[in-house]
Design a protein. Structure first.
Length: 245
């Protein structure tokens, strides 16, 4: 499996998957990806599609198959996947399936600074989140059951995984809410006191100073190298013009 992708934008993965079925121009790629619900599976910025396609071509993963014109419409470039592109697609999927990566969900970021709010406010917010999760999960269960009647399960396992993770989150939020409301959450009294007085207890300050969050020392398995999972590849940032070539 590759250590560094030539094109790291996840939209590139979706493009390679779409074009592996046959040559198409970018407008068709977008239509296929939308029809497959890829914008729900991977973070897609549609405005960067043409830049990503050009980068895939530049790196030899796509090639121009034809240029077509229909009526008075502008000429459209049709792309095909290359042998290198098929190899990259397979290797990319293997990496995504086999190698766990830190994904930094927004909820986790909020939980990491939850002490900025009062416990009572957090309780109210968590009840709101739980209600939204339960509504959404119920809708997803119905949609998944309906899709399963006519769609092979192999094409639905990503939706099963997503629903399972959301249901696990809902269960976890229920447990946290129970601990908050019955007063059994360790550190709750100190939290309330710090919000009431504006002062942090020495115990909490000591934990914050040394870092209390568990986890691997090098989540990407590269000791000594600074990890920047939130920084996209400079070549594939959608907000920067493509100036190479």
């Amino acid at each position: 499996m590759a250590g560094r992708r030539r094109v790291r934008n996840m939209l590139g993965l979706a493009v390679l998957s779409a074009v592996s079925a046959g040559p198409m121009h970018p407008y068709e790629m977008a239509a296929v990806m939308r029809a497959r619900g890829k914008d729900r599976d991977v973070p897609i910025k549609w405005g960067s599609l043409y830049t990503v396609v050009r980068n895939l071509e530049r790196h030899g993963l796509l090639a121009v198959a034809d240029n077509v014109r229909q009526g008075g419409r502008p000429e459209r470039t049709v792309y095909r996947i290359t042998d290198a592109g098929r190899a990259e697609l397979g290797d990319w999927v293997r990496e995504l399936i086999a190698v766990p990566e830190p994904e930094h969900p927004r909820f986790e970021a909020g939980l990491s600074v939850i002490a900025a709010l009062t416990p009572d406010e957090v309780i109210a917010l968590l009840f709101d989140r739980l209600a939204a999760l339960e509504r959404d999960n119920a809708e997803r269960r119905l949609a998944l059951a309906a899709a399963a009647e006519e769609t092979p399960r192999i094409l639905l396992i990503h939706a099963e995984y997503d629903l399972t993770m959301r249901e696990a989150e809902a269960r976890w939020v229920r447990v946290l809410l129970a601990e908050l409301t019955d007063g059994t959450l360790p550190g709750l009294a100190e939290w309330r006191e710090s919000r009431a007085t504006g002062k942090v207890s020495p115990e909490l300050a000591a934990l914050a100073d040394r870092g209390a969050a568990p986890g691997p020392a090098h989540p990407r398995g590269r000791p000594g190298r600074r990890s920047r999972p939130d920084r996209p590849d400079r070549r594939d940032r959608p907000d920067r013009p493509d100036r190479r070539g």
